[in-house]
Design a protein around this ligand. Structure first.
Ligand SMILES: [Zn+2]
Length: 69
């Protein structure tokens, strides 16, 4: 029986999702994903900014961030 070595790619490293803005102030915290998504949609409609909601492990809430690319 030939042993097949499955070459599974390693899982991507966990991305550091920031709790703070670049200027050091805390980001807006949303209690629920739905709230963050609603705010992201509003920002897109108002400013055309492409934001994504992500869960923050630091505060347990949700923040909005710019999607890379
Ligand atoms: Zn946070």
């Amino acid at each position: 029986m030939a042993r097949r070595r499955t070459s599974r790619p390693p899982p991507p490293p966990p991305r550091r999702l920031p709790h703070w803005r670049a200027d050091g102030t805390a980001k807006t915290r949303f209690a629920a994903e739905g709230d963050a998504n609603r705010a992201a949609l509003a920002a897109r409609l108002e400013h055309g900014s492409d934001l994504v909601a992500y869960h923050c492990e630091l505060c347990g809430g949700w923040h909005l961030g710019g999607s890379p690319g």
